[in-house]
Design a protein around this ligand. Sequence first.
Ligand code: HEM
Ligand SMILES: *[C@@H]1O[C@H](CO)[C@@H](O)[C@H](O)[C@H]1NC(C)=O
Ligand SMILES: *[C@@H]1O[C@H](CO)[C@@H](O)[C@H](O)[C@H]1NC(C)=O
Ligand SMILES: *[C@@H]1O[C@H](CO)[C@@H](O)[C@H](O)[C@H]1NC(C)=O
Ligand SMILES: *[C@@H]1O[C@H](CO)[C@@H](O)[C@H](O)[C@H]1NC(C)=O
Ligand SMILES: *[C@@H]1O[C@H](CO)[C@@H](O)[C@H](O)[C@H]1NC(C)=O
Ligand SMILES: *[C@@H]1O[C@H](CO)[C@@H](O)[C@H](O)[C@H]1NC(C)=O
Ligand SMILES: *[C@@H]1O[C@H](CO)[C@@H](O)[C@H](O)[C@H]1NC(C)=O
Ligand SMILES: *[C@@H]1O[C@H](CO)[C@@H](O)[C@H](O)[C@H]1NC(C)=O
Ligand SMILES: *[C@@H]1O[C@H](CO)[C@@H](O)[C@H](O)[C@H]1NC(C)=O
Ligand SMILES: *[C@@H]1O[C@H](CO)[C@@H](O)[C@H](O)[C@H]1NC(C)=O
Ligand SMILES: *[C@@H]1O[C@H](CO)[C@@H](O)[C@H](O)[C@H]1NC(C)=O
Ligand SMILES: *[C@@H]1O[C@H](CO)[C@@H](O)[C@H](O)[C@H]1NC(C)=O
Length: 332
Amino acid sequence: MLCYTPCSLLKGTIFLALTFIYQSNAQLSSTFYSNTCPNVSSIVSNVIQQALQSDTRITASLTRLHFHDCFVNGCDASLLLDQSGNITQSEKNATPNNNSARGFGVVDSIKTAVENSCPGVVSCADILALAAEASVSLAGGPSWNVLLGRRDSLIANQSGANSSIPSPTESLANITAKFSAVGLNTTDLVALSGAHTFGRAQCRFFNQRLFNFSGTGSPDPTLNSTFLSTLQQKCPQNGNGTTLNNLDPSSIDTFDNNYYANLLTNQGLLQTDQELFSTNGSATISIVNNFANNQTEFFQAFAQSMINMGNINPLTGNQGEIRSDCKKVNGS
Ligand code: HEM
Ligand SMILES: *[C@@H]1O[C@H](CO)[C@@H](O)[C@H](O)[C@H]1NC(C)=O
Ligand SMILES: *[C@@H]1O[C@H](CO)[C@@H](O)[C@H](O)[C@H]1NC(C)=O
Ligand SMILES: *[C@@H]1O[C@H](CO)[C@@H](O)[C@H](O)[C@H]1NC(C)=O
Ligand SMILES: *[C@@H]1O[C@H](CO)[C@@H](O)[C@H](O)[C@H]1NC(C)=O
Ligand SMILES: *[C@@H]1O[C@H](CO)[C@@H](O)[C@H](O)[C@H]1NC(C)=O
Ligand SMILES: *[C@@H]1O[C@H](CO)[C@@H](O)[C@H](O)[C@H]1NC(C)=O
Ligand SMILES: *[C@@H]1O[C@H](CO)[C@@H](O)[C@H](O)[C@H]1NC(C)=O
Ligand SMILES: *[C@@H]1O[C@H](CO)[C@@H](O)[C@H](O)[C@H]1NC(C)=O
Ligand SMILES: *[C@@H]1O[C@H](CO)[C@@H](O)[C@H](O)[C@H]1NC(C)=O
Ligand SMILES: *[C@@H]1O[C@H](CO)[C@@H](O)[C@H](O)[C@H]1NC(C)=O
Ligand SMILES: *[C@@H]1O[C@H](CO)[C@@H](O)[C@H](O)[C@H]1NC(C)=O
Ligand SMILES: *[C@@H]1O[C@H](CO)[C@@H](O)[C@H](O)[C@H]1NC(C)=O
């Protein structure tokens, strides 16, 4: 552009305007696909309903995938990339996911169904967000308006998955720090932990509590003795650590607030579950009591916290891409 002084002012204005447009692109929106894929929510929900016919656990598994995606480089479907070609260290193979995260085949089925209606439009990261909402809703939990417009990553971050996803043997202070690192507070931590109202956990994730907790020679003192006996039988000392257990035995595949009632009676399955209620003096205790006493309160908080989690560092605008196969970067 040929310029004299007033023109450089104009250039500044155009720059500011473009910056503004770019930043407004960075906001997710519930109407992002209104014109380009108006039925995307029902397409996602319909595929999950199909999958539920043969896998009652799938709603839990899909909900967990969105969490494990968002905590590593933001909600960008980095979790879904297979280890091949330029992806030398996948997140799927990271410690918290390997032989644990599941539901990838159903994500692929959802993607196929969505591509059939609206080719090249809907990101895999948004599919994970929509699948989590549809799953919670189908299991009896709350519904919410999912914010959309995320794009898909070109990379995976295995070391990030190793370090950023909470482990079930961590202290409450450490878990709180991992949530805080992605902008989620203590209310979010307690509300989102309520996702352990459905799904399963393998013995290897909690058997350190059952016989010799932290080298004390005794079980975790915060474990209800009746529940302890049951778990010792399901997960014997030299048994197979892959045996599955219901995270919420009182209502296994239903999304409700029984998870919190379990904590009140020392029946949290994972160490990190029980810590929310049994850590002396913790700010989490009153929040657990509140959600145990009022399911409406829990459902509202859970929906808000899922939106908060879904907002972690999305790729937007011209960042990343819309993958055509959730398992691979385009062109690879
Ligand atoms: C607070 C820290 C958390 C820790 C330490 C944790 C840890 C775990 C572990 C160890 C399992 C069992 C995995 C297996 O046996 O293969 C599990 C399952 C699950 N987690 Fe979490 N989790 C946490 C938070 C969350 C959050 C925030 C969500 C979602 C909002 C979530 C959703 C789930 C679901 C639904 C399952 C069952 C999955 C299935 O059956 O396939 N978790 N979690
Ligand atoms: C959207 O779904 C409705 C009902 O499920 C159906 O009648 C309509 O044809 C669908 N529209 C598109 C564009 O797929
Ligand atoms: C993932 O689990 C498989 C066993 O199923 C194991 O062979 C592999 O080494 C594990 N990967 C990593 C990165 O730990
Ligand atoms: C992630 O942790 C596993 C188990 O400790 C390890 O084998 C793997 O190399 C780690 N990945 C990275 C990229 O650090
Ligand atoms: C991987 O994740 C870690 C921890 O979340 C982060 O510090 C690092 O910048 C990430 N690496 C890349 C290449 O995105
Ligand atoms: C908490 O995090 C610190 C620093 O990463 C680590 O050294 C410590 O082992 C962790 N504690 C627990 C109980 O996980
Ligand atoms: C967490 O943030 C929400 C706003 O998103 C706020 O309502 C809530 O009080 C905060 N919780 C804590 C413990 O600070
Ligand atoms: C418990 O673990 C500690 C440390 O690992 C060990 O020294 C102790 O012998 C164990 N106690 C029993 C009863 O197995
Ligand atoms: C544990 O059980 C799984 C599934 O039944 C099996 O594949 C695995 O080989 C078993 N591992 C051991 C150590 O028995
Ligand atoms: C242990 O669980 C039972 C229900 O199975 C409950 O009645 C009891 O109060 C619990 N005990 C403690 C100490 O929480
Ligand atoms: C928490 O407080 C209770 C009752 O005051 C006490 O019995 C217990 O040992 C304390 N637990 C911890 C981990 O400090
Ligand atoms: C439960 O919480 C909801 C939402 O905050 C509130 O409207 C309702 O009055 C509460 N119910 C009870 C019984 O406290
Ligand atoms: C893989 O990495 C190479 C080297 O950085 C790059 O030239 C190529 O475009 C990448 N392939 C894909 C499919 O991204």
